[in-house]
Design a protein around this ligand. Structure first.
Ligand code: UD1
Length: 366
């Protein structure tokens, strides 16, 4: 009997877990592969990591690198050093990395330096903004990966333009829709959103954590003013990311937000609670990557407070609109009034993990 192929699934930060989840379950059903979850520890708080493993029914990671926070170089270097040790002891047949966080790039670098095969899920996304740390992570990861799984035609085109051979690229669709569909009944049965929904009264959700929005005091000040104004139009639920909470506290902005009756500040939420909130919301104001896609799938207006997006399909086909702090209110007024025309991009259908599994089987000849 042939030996099982060892596959490392790299999980590191909150947006990675819902991408690893459906893939782990699909691989676990396959007799000839042995999926091992490697958690780098980039996110470590209970509500930024553990709750996602519980919601997604994932086991405790078999390997935990325990890296934690640091500067970009510290975090990247520490992940590389720790993961190289693991690779030398227990060499996998394939390393699967997802998304664009520092650990995605660091584990790719460590693996490729040892000539271990790497596959990148969510490859080819480009904001063309190299001031974003994630754009650097995407460029490095995609240039080194052996197999690139994309979720849209524009991602394929970006890779081809960069000289990546067609033979390495597979369009597999959007894995996050798999998580949504996998947990749909639990999300629908969750009651968290009822705390914020009053009779006929809608609410919006705010999530902000990008350094470009929250690390600059002037921007953050303007954003806080906009949130207070927007909350007069529609009540808002704001699950605060640890980076954002730190900045709001250190700049003395937290108390004015707390004083608003219609702005509900909550801790970071679990996947099921958060998606339940999203399902029942009327508007999202965000700088997240994943939410731009989830709202496009669900048909909910999404205002992305960024000058660019690596996910243009969510603007062209979906319900996402880029905005800056100055035009949030105008956009919110417009999109709260009218239904947005939108369509769901091809292969955002809840079956991406099956296509990834098929691609892995072909790649590893099993
Ligand atoms: C990281 C990713 C970003 C992703 C985001 C999702 C990079 C460069 N950035 O940004 O692409 O959108 O995750 O959340 O990889 N902290 C905690 N507890 C935690 C994790 C972080 O308190 O569990 C605090 C620490 O003070 C840390 C700060 O948040 O210094 C930032 O964390 P970090 O992982 O460096 O970046 P994120 O802003 O979370």
């Amino acid at each position: 009997m042939s030996k099982k192929k060892l596959i490392h699934l790299i999980a590191a930060a909150r947006p990675n877990f819902m991408k690893i989840g459906p893939l782990y379950h699909a691989l676990k059903k396959e007799k000839l592969v042995d999926p091992i979850i490697v958690h780098t520890g980039q996110h470590y708080d209970l509500n930024m990591s553990d709750v996602f493993f519980k919601d997604l029914n994932l086991p405790t990671p078999q390997i935990h690198l325990g890296i934690g926070s640091g500067t970009h170089a510290e975090q990247t270097g520490n992940v590389m050093i720790a993961y190289e040790k693991i690779l030398k002891i227990n060499r996998p047949d394939l390393v699967v990395v997802v998304g664009d966080v520092n650990s995605t790039m660091a584990t790719t670098l460590a693996a490729k330096k040892l000539d271990v095969m790497v596959a990148h899920l969510e490859a080819g996304l480009r904001s063309f903004d190299r001031t974003m740390p994630e754009e650097i992570n995407r460029l490095v990861t995609d240039s080194l990966a052996d197999l690139l799984w994309t979720h849209s035609y524009d991602a394929d085109q970006n890779l081809i333009r960069e000289g990546i051979p067609h033979s390495k690229i597979r369009m597999v669709g959007n894995i996050m829709i798999d998580s949504l569909e996998m947990l749909r009944s639990k999300i629908e049965n969750e009651t968290f959103s009822s705390r914020f929904k009053t009779k006929n009264k809608k609410y919006g959700i705010v999530t902000l954590h990008r350094p470009s929005n929250v690390d600059n005091i002037d921007n953050l000040h303007k954003i806080c003013d906009v949130l207070l104004n927007l909350s007069k139009m529609i009540s808002l639920v704001f699950p605060i990311h640890p980076r954002t909470l730190k900045r709001l506290k250190s700049n003395g902005f937290l108390s004015s937000l707390k004083n608003s009756q219609s702005l509900h500040l909550v801790e970071p939420l679990s996947y099921i609670r958060f998606m339940n909130l999203v399902y029942n919301s009327s508007l999202i104001l965000t700088d997240s990557g994943g939410l731009q896609e989830e709202t496009t799938y669900l048909g909910i207006p999404c205002l992305t407070m960024r000058p660019n997006t690596e996910r243009p399909i969510t603007v062209q086909q979906g319900t996402n609109r880029l905005c800056d702090v100055e035009n949030v209110i105008t956009y919110a007024e417009k999109y709260l009034k009218r239904i947005m025309n939108h369509s769901v991009p091809p292969l955002w259908d809840g079956h991406t993990s099956c296509r990834v599994l098929q691609s892995i089987k072909e790649f590893l000849c099993i």
